[in-house]
Design a protein around this ligand. Structure first.
Ligand code: SAH
Length: 273
């Protein structure tokens, strides 16, 4: 990160021009020690609800850092309603999955215990912190939800019937993912505008045959293949997510304009109300 880079921070507080917000410990550490910012320096804030705002450091001393909210820069924009359901993996792999899955725009991470799931201890707080950091660095306006793990049985029992499940099936009949997603159409034949989705990926040991049989029989499940190679579970989940975004998700949108330097006249700034 260069010195001209404007820090972008997630905050829990409401955001409105004129408000002054106390930075929490994490934000203080980031601004002070990581980014080495000074009084008056610009920052960008979002909270997952109100859009994105320009702000500046209004107080910076040993005790506290306060941020004064200025103009709105972007209206709130949500990611597509896609749950990423995955069998818990080893610590590094699950950290990687949550970081990259956040970048790719997953709305919810749902750990699922399957028959061959090996590691099931997850530190949800650490995963949430990873997700916040990834969202900050990726221009996301929302933080994905990290849910506590559930058994596959419970996931299926409680699965909303109007939510389509894209099952990454390494064995048995499965249409190639791009074909399957392009053909999920609405009654008028156009690509589906259904707006509730989930991807389900198995553990490193794969799904048990009985699990795949059972999943295939459910009418909300579309089994898909990811090509001739057996992918690691994290690669498989992220691949499915990327293909989903480009066919049914927000892959056609463009990234926002970068924040302009301080001193740029208000009329030339992007966003705003
Ligand atoms: N050990 C298993 C592979 C598990 S790969 C075996 O040898 O068969 C982990 C998970 O990634 C799988 O359960 C599946 O959900 C997904 N996956 C990996 N490669 C895939 C592929 N080519 N097509 C569809 N799903 C795949």
């Amino acid at each position: 990160m260069g010195p001209e880079m404007i820090p972008r921070l997630y905050v829990a507080a409401d955001l409105r021009p004129g408000l002054e917000i106390a930075a929490d410990e994490r934000a203080q550490h980031y601004l002070r020690n990581v980014m080495r910012r000074a009084l008056g320096d610009p920052v960008v804030l979002f909270n997952g609800r109100d859009g994105e705002f320009q702000a500046e450091i209004a107080r910076l001393d040993k005790r506290a850092v306060a941020l004064r909210v200025a103009a709105k820069r972007r209206e709130q924009d949500d990611v597509p309603d896609l749950w990423l359901c995955f069998a818990p993996l080893k610590k590094d792999a699950v950290d990687f999955l949550v970081e990259k899955g956040t970048e790719l725009g997953a709305a919810v991470f749902q750990p699922v215990i399957t028959r061959r799931t090996v590691s099931s201890r997850l530190n949800l707080d650490r995963l949430k912190a990873n997700a916040i950091e990834a969202a900050e660095q990726t221009e996301r306006l929302t933080i994905p939800e990290i849910r506590p793990a559930v058994e596959l049985d419970a996931l299926l029992r409680n699965w909303p019937r109007d939510r389509r499940m894209i099952l990454c099936a390494e064995a048995g009949a499965a249409e190639p993912i791009a074909d399957a997603l392009s053909r999920i159409t609405d009654d008028d034949g156009s690509v589906s505008k259904a707006n509730a989705w989930g991807v389900l990926c198995g553990p490193e040991g794969g799904f048990h045959v009985s699990e795949l049989d059972r999943l295939r029989d459910l009418d909300f499940v579309t089994p898909v293949g990811l090509g001739p190679r057996i992918l690691r579970a994290d690669t498989a989940a992220l691949t499915a997510l990327a293909v989903f975004q480009s066919i049914l998700g927000d892959g056609r949108k463009r990234p926002p304009q970068p924040m302009l330097p301080i001193g740029t006249p208000e009329s030339e700034r992007a966003g705003g109300e």
